[in-house]
Design a protein around this ligand. Structure first.
Ligand code: ZN
Length: 151
C-alpha cells in the first residue's frame, strides 16, 4: 500500500490531495467520461476535486539504482533543438544559409543574402535589421559560397 500526497493548487489553500495508489491497474485504467481516471480525490481542506490519471514518466537511474530527476520540457523546445542540430550537421554552405532563413522565418533567398553581402562589402550600403542578422550569423557560409562562385 502506498499513499501519495500532492499539494493543492488553489491559491491560499494549504490542503493536500491524498490517495492510495495500491489498487491501480495501469494496464487497464478505468475510463470515466471518456478519459482514463484512477481516482478522483478531493483536497483535504478546500474540497476541490482532482483526477488521478495515468501518465508517462521518464526516469534515469544512477549507478546505485536511485531514481534521478529528469526535467520535462515542451515540444517546441525540442523542435527548435532539432532544427539547430540539422543546421550544425549540414556542411553545404548554401543549405546552411537556407536552413537559417527557414529557422528565422525570413523570406530571403540564398542569392538575396549573397547579393546584399557583396553590395554591403563594396559600397557599405544600408542593411535591414533582418538582413544584418543573416550576414552576422552566416558570414563564413557566404564567404565560402563567394569563393566557389569566383573559382
Ligand atoms: Zn485545497
Amino acid at each position: 500500500m502506498s499513499i501519495e500526497a500532492h499539494r493543492c493548487n488553489v491559491s491560499g489553500c494549504k490542503g493536500f490531495i491524498v490517495f492510495e495508489n495500491a489498487d491501480f491497474d495501469s494496464s487497464h485504467p478505468p475510463i470515466v467520461n471518456g478519459e482514463f481516471e484512477f481516482d478522483n480525490p478531493c483536497c483535504t481542506e478546500c474540497g476541490k476535486e482532482f483526477k488521478v490519471v495515468p501518465y508517462y514518466a521518464v526516469i534515469s537511474l544512477d549507478e546505485d539504482g536511485n531514481i534521478e530527476d529528469v526535467e520535462s520540457a515542451c515540444i517546441t523546445e525540442w523542435e527548435k533543438r532539432e532544427r539547430q542540430r540539422q543546421f550544425d550537421a549540414e556542411t553545404d554552405p548554401s543549405l546552411r544559409i537556407m536552413n537559417f532563413l527557414v529557422e528565422r522565418g525570413y523570406t530571403y533567398t540564398v542569392s538575396d543574402v549573397i547579393a546584399n553581402y557583396s553590395r554591403h562589402q563594396e559600397i557599405g550600403c544600408y542593411l535591414s535589421y533582418t538582413m544584418k542578422d543573416c550576414i552576422d550569423n552566416l558570414e563564413s557560409e557566404i564567404k565560402s559560397l563567394l569563393r566557389e562562385i569566383e573559382a
